[in-house]
Write a protein that binds this ligand. Structure first.
Ligand SMILES: [Zn+2]
Length: 457
């Protein structure tokens, strides 16, 4: 590790100076060989594995996180618990009964209702889009097993998830309100592997829970071909998930204390929980590895001006319970900036900010440190990741380091989200970008706010 000479220089000056450019660049370049993020990702996915929110596995993950943060030298690693309703998966299988009998691969969506133990058989009513389902008369849907297709493709910024994710979030309620017996959707994903993509959905006003599942993309294609033969299609579906009541989850929090508490803290976050099908490597063990490695590098370089708080949020996947609990508990503390890593670990290609215009020179300075590792400067209307969004919406500045999303939705929420998908060089590039970001903003006293609150939450 390189001697922290520049930080000693900052310490003795009367007014804190922005970090020297050569030192930020050196910290960034050293981080291109980072191993900390990999060690965290490898450890969490191996020693805990899947960690569905509110379950015993997520509790073990919290204990693991506290131990690891302690071992890395962070200050006051602790758990802030909160309660949440918990849904767990049961048996899940599907088959075409007629006209061409065969099995299909699917998985239940979060909060899915259950079929009878022996399954449920019904005729399939197919819709090309959510809008087609919404426009359908109840008679087309009542008593049927609804199928909803969509046309999601990969986009670098992941924006197609916003466009097509509504099928998962809204079609089950729409089908239920029209009297459907059950619903299967084309998985919200971009691969053609026989891995279904789970994900959260919640029942809107007036919608009774019905069995709701996602077919793998090849199985959705297969169902479409079967339907195209023009004969009535009968499907048998067996899904036996359960609500197991209120359980405890929690956020894991630790700090690198800064020299000037009045300067406000920089919060870097990720989420600790995962879906239960894979081991949550890219969603979001790598995020915890990246932000924690960058914070550790700041700790080792000498005491930063601002406190850096690391938060491994709990219960993100199933409804942002951790992000909301954090906002409610900490909204009166001074947060100078929020940033979250929750989009895998492929290389960062752009960063966006949401800061006061008067603070844009700090963002321009950061751009000069990020350009050499392939990161372009974006705009100033970032909203932050899902866990920091509730607090960001109250009017806290944000920086978003955006990862390449071209293969993220091949793996997202599938059994295939496992460690072998993590590219170690790209993971280290992430750590380098995050280290440059922290070395810039945590050693600069410029106020990044105020910014206008947004209305998300
Ligand atoms: Zn995630």
């Amino acid at each position: 590790m390189r001697p922290p000479a520049f930080l000693l220089a900052v310490t003795v000056s009367a007014t804190p100076l922005p970090a020297l450019a050569a030192d930020v660049a050196a910290m960034r370049d050293a981080a291109l060989k980072d191993e900390i993020a990999w060690d965290i990702t490898e450890g969490l996915t191996t020693e805990v594995g899947q960690r569905l929110a509110g379950t015993e596995a997520e509790a073990r993950a919290r204990a693991w996180a506290v131990e690891r943060l302690k071992a890395l030298g962070f200050t006051n690693p602790r758990i802030e618990p909160f309660d949440m309703p918990v849904w767990v998966r049961g048996e899940e299988k599907a088959e075409i009964v007629s006209p061409f009998p065969q099995k299909l691969v699917l998985t239940a969506l979060g909060n899915s209702g259950a079929t009878p133990a022996g399954g449920l058989t019904g005729e399939v009513a197919a819709f090309r889009t959510l809008a087609e389902l919404e426009a359908a008369g109840d008679a087309q849907v009542r008593g049927k097993i609804v199928f909803v297709d969509h046309a999601m493709g990969p986009t670098q910024d992941g924006s197609s998830y916003g466009v097509y994710g509504v099928v998962r979030r809204q079609a089950p309620s729409a089908a239920s309100r029209k009297g459907a017996a059950a619903i299967v959707i084309r998985s919200i994903g971009t691969d053609l592997h026989r891995n279904p993509h789970t994900g959260s959905q919640s029942w809107s006003e007036g919608a009774q829970p019905i069995p709701a599942a996602a077919l793998s993309l090849p199985d959705a294609e297969q169902l479409k071909r079967i339907l195209s033969r023009g004969k009535p299609v009968t499907m048998k579906l067996t899904l036996t998930p359960r609500n197991i009541g209120t359980r405890q989850s929690g956020n894991v929090i630790a700090e690198v204390p800064g020299r000037d508490p009045s300067a406000g803290m920089v919060l870097v976050g990720c989420h600790l929980d995962s879906w239960d099908l894979g081991t949550g490597a890219i969603d979001d063990a790598t995020g915890c590895g990246i932000v924690t490695a960058a914070a550790k590098r700041m700790m080792d370089a000498g005491q930063p001006l601002r406190t850096i708080r690391v938060v491994w949020f709990g219960a993100e996947e199933v409804g942002l319970f951790g992000g909301k609990a954090y906002r409610d508990a900490h909204r009166n503390e001074k947060h100078a900036l929020l940033a979250e890593s929750d989009f895998g670990a492929d290389r960062i290609y752009q960063f966006d900010s949401y800061v006061n215009r008067a603070a844009l020179p700090v963002i321009d300075r950061l751009a000069a440190f990020l350009n050499p590792i392939g990161v372009a400067q974006g705009g100033n209307s970032a909203r932050g990741g899902s866990d920091v969004a509730p607090l960001a919406a109250t009017g806290v500045p944000v920086i978003a380091l955006r990862q390449d999303g071209m293969r993220y939705f091949d793996l997202h929420h599938t059994p295939d989200d496992t460690l072998d998908k993590v590219d170690r060089d790209q993971l280290a590039q992430n750590v380098a970008a995050w280290t440059a970001m922290l070395a810039t903003v945590a050693n600069d006293a410029t106020e990044l706010g105020p910014v206008a609150p947004t209305e998300d939450e």
